[in-house]
Design a protein around this ligand. Structure first.
Ligand SMILES: [Zn+2]
Length: 470
């Protein structure tokens, strides 16, 4: 069977070509609003950015577009129901706030005056994340134009938060408050990147995070190491012994129960990671490290994307001043963090760590452990029908095979996954050279338009291949 001429592709591309200029003008207008959530004197701009986006989404055709208040900066919510009642519901996540930026940080141009230079659009937020949020507006219009539909093929929802660059302090509460309206069969996060310009990829998961601080107390005050040393336990030694016991000789975490329940990489997943053109020397230079190190039996990409870790973030105790001081210190402290992968539960990890620490410490060393807020890992299986639709849509837009990555970090996507009990997929077109959080942030215009094109195919594909979802 010969490959049929893809009329949907040409209809989408024609639509995008005709609306490209207006789309970029609108995006530039949004980028001129310095919606820096970390700086209180920009609070008015963050609000202006939310208002601007809500109005633009209305203009795009979303019948519902609202500014949602939080205890901090406002978010934007929009909804465009499908006239096909049985269609799946998709929630798109992104953010409209940006990192701080000033000319004197090393920008070649004003960070809030967008400049197009060849294929690049330079401005704070061009890639992270306004550009990637905005491609959804032209994408849904192109989808309607190419299919002749009056409403999207899926029930489309958008949640664009205003505090992501400040650590999303009120995001979980916002999602919980509006869980009914946000209910979705799948979440699509557009706030990530691809492997590179030439290797388009879909991210299938992020690691979770748990962290704790451990205070160790020995004698009630610093005591003389001559009078008492050798006959009482030293909390700094106890801290060092804990750290030394954290991993075994294969760099596996030695805390009993730490690996309970984890989803191991399948042979296919390992193959797919290995297909990525990974240059370990280059990666090491980026890491500013002098050697790789990690769990035996796993590659570097597996270690950062798909294996859990225990890291010592800080260790302290005893005399730190000039010269010597012959004491047994009264206290010592450790800060530990754990990156978690699918199948691991932060509550279980906390219990395991507490039991392990209590068991390791000698008599006479008292301790307190304080855990911070945890983030769950998320992972979408490769055979999930929504992920397959996403990969097909991206493949049509890019005209290339789409490979898979994961993300070693942790993010607010996990809150959506937890509260809405929906799988999280990542549609990001940014590339490592886009300079997130750095001077001269930019987005590649042709990739931005590939993002538009991907969403233009995605909704119809999802509706067609993922009936009776949820
Ligand atoms: Zn972002």
């Amino acid at each position: 069977m010969s490959k049929p001429v893809d009329s949907a592709v040409s209809a989408v591309r024609t639509y995008i070509r005709h609306h490209r200029e207006a789309f970029l003008d609108d995006l530039a207008e949004w980028l001129r609003i310095p919606s820096v959530s970390a700086q209180p004197d920009h609070a008015g701009d963050v609000r202006r950015s939310a208002d601007w986006l809500a109005a633009k989404l209305k203009e795009t055709g979303f019948p519902v577009a609202e500014v949602w208040e939080t205890a901090g900066a406002p978010a934007v919510y929009a909804e465009w129901p499908s006239d096909d009642a049985g269609a799946p519901t998709v929630l798109v996540y992104g953010h409209h706030d940006v990192q701080p930026a000033a000319r004197e940080d090393g920008w070649d141009t004003d960070p809030f005056e967008p400049v197009v230079c060849g294929n690049r659009l330079h401005a704070r937020g061009a890639a992270d994340d306004k550009g990637q949020v905005f491609f959804h507006t032209l994408g849904v219009r192109a989808h309607l134009a190419a299919t002749g539909r009056a409403t999207p093929a899926v029930h489309l929802k958008l949640l664009i938060e205003g505090e992501e660059e400040s650590g999303s302090p009120h995001f979980r509460a916002l999602v919980e408050e509006h869980a009914d309206r946000l209910a979705a069969d799948a979440v699509i996060v557009s706030d990530t990147g691809m492997w590179s310009e030439t290797t388009p990829t879909v991210c299938t998961g992020m690691r979770g995070l748990a962290d704790c601080e451990i205070q160790l107390h020995g004698p009630d005050q610093d005591i003389h190491s001559g009078s008492f040393g050798g006959a009482v336990p030293n909390p700094a030694t106890a801290a060092a012994r804990l750290v030394a016991a954290l991993h075994d000789d294969h760099a596996r975490v030695a805390i009993p129960g730490f690996y309970d329940g984890i989803k191991e990489l399948t042979p296919r997943e390992r193959e797919l990671f290995a297909e990525l053109p990974f240059d370990e020397e280059q990666w090491l230079r980026t890491a500013k490290s002098y050697a790789t190190h990690g769990e035996a039996g796993h590659t570097t990409l597996e270690r950062i994307w798909a294996r859990p870790t225990a890291e010592v973030n800080g260790i302290g105790g005893g005399y730190q001043g000039p010269g010597g001081k012959t004491i047994i210190p009264s206290s010592a402290m450790l800060k530990l963090s754990f990156r978690l992968v699918a199948g691991q539960d932060p509550g279980h990890i906390e219990k395991a760590v507490r039991a392990w620490v209590a068991e390791q410490l000698p008599a006479g060393i008292r301790h307190e452990i304080t855990f911070g807020g945890a983030t769950r890992p998320c992972l979408t299986p490769l055979d999930h029908p929504a992920l397959q639709s996403l990969v097909r849509a991206m493949g049509r837009a890019f005209g290339q095979e789409i490979l898979f990555t994961r993300e070693g970090g942790s993010g607010p996507a996990a809150d959506l996954q937890d509260v809405l009990a929906a799988p999280v997929l990542f549609l990001g077109i940014s590339v490592p050279s886009d300079g997130w959080h750095a001077p001269n942030e930019k987005v590649e215009l042709d990739l931005l338009l590939k993002g538009v094109e991907t969403t233009a195919y995605l909704w119809a594909d999802l509706a067609e291949n993922w009936r009776d979802a949820g």
